[in-house]
Design a protein around this ligand. Structure first.
Ligand code: CIR
Length: 261
């Protein structure tokens, strides 16, 4: 687009150990790491086209899931919270993310017994929704309630069933419009918004990434993408097959935030 970037997207190179990733709801399938790298590069180019400057962290070859940087931090305009990921194997991912984010935001750290994956956190306006999942717990919700109201946020917990994270179940497409799989969460936790349900044949289709007026979305869910387009959503598709075998999706692979804050 050639415009001056207004956002930063922190990403991390795909680990050569990605095949040993954590899996919760999926059976293990062979991951083509070279293909994952190509898909990741194309995802980064899409972010750039939408006005993001990429800050790519170096590969952590021993950390199989480290491409999924979303889980390591919650970046708000006022502060970045470094999480304590629910999977023990992922806790080593946070120091390098904290080092990068510390250049842009004041940092705060979640403490044990809290566990939190960023994939369980969805901010809609001034409400921070937190999925209670196999990765994220009530102690994390309590710590967010201690930290965030001073910046004008309210924190709302949402039980998640049958999928990995809150953002596997619901994400934002536009002001006042959420993409949802109502089998994984109870939509009544989100008052005052409209919902676009995923196509029932595509249960893992509720993860979309809103960047300004556009939405980055996996090419694996064409029926739901059609629903989105019919609804007037501007969809930019990316190939994510290898990330999806690792139970990842589009939001998981970056931490996007405004440069101006
Ligand atoms: C995990 O189980 O932690 C990784 N294999 C997938 C993490 C995906 N992250 C996300 O949805 N935010």
């Amino acid at each position: 687009m050639g415009s001056v970037p207004t956002r930063i997207a922190v990403t991390r190179a795909v680990s050569s150990a990605m095949q040993s990733c954590e899996l919760t709801h999926l059976a293990r399938a062979p991951i083509d790491v070279d293909r994952a790298r190509l898909q990741h590069a194309s995802y980064e180019r899409t972010l750039e086209r939408l006005g993001c400057r990429i800050v790519r962290l170096a590969e952590e070859s021993a950390l199989a899931d480290s491409v999924f940087v979303e889980d390591t931090a919650i970046v708000l305009d006022e502060i970045a919270l470094i999480t304590r990921p629910g999977a023990q194997s992922r806790r080593g991912e946070t120091p390098t993310v904290a080092q990068a984010l510390g250049q842009y935001r004041e940092l705060a750290y979640l403490q044990a017994p809290a566990t939190l994956d960023g994939g369980d956190v969805l901010r809609v306006d001034r409400t921070v929704y937190v999925g209670i999942s196999t990765r994220s717990n009530e102690a994390a919700v309590q710590q967010l309630r201690d930290l965030l109201p001073r910046f004008g946020y309210r924190v709302q917990s949402v039980p998640v069933f049958g999928c990995l994270h809150l953002k596997s179940a619901v994400t934002q497409l536009a002001e006042g419009l959420l993409l949802v799989n109502p089998q994984f969460i109870d939509p009544s936790h989100f008052p005052g918004v409209d919902f676009l349900p995923v196509d029932p044949a595509e249960p893992f289709a509720a993860n979309a990434m809103m960047i300004g007026e556009e939405v980055i979305y996996s090419a694996s869910h064409p029926a739901t993408a059609s629903r989105m387009r019919e609804h007037g959503v501007r969809v930019q598709t990316v190939e994510m097959s290898e990330m999806e075998k690792a139970e990842g999706a589009v939001t998981c692979c970056s931490l996007v935030f405004s440069m101006e804050a």
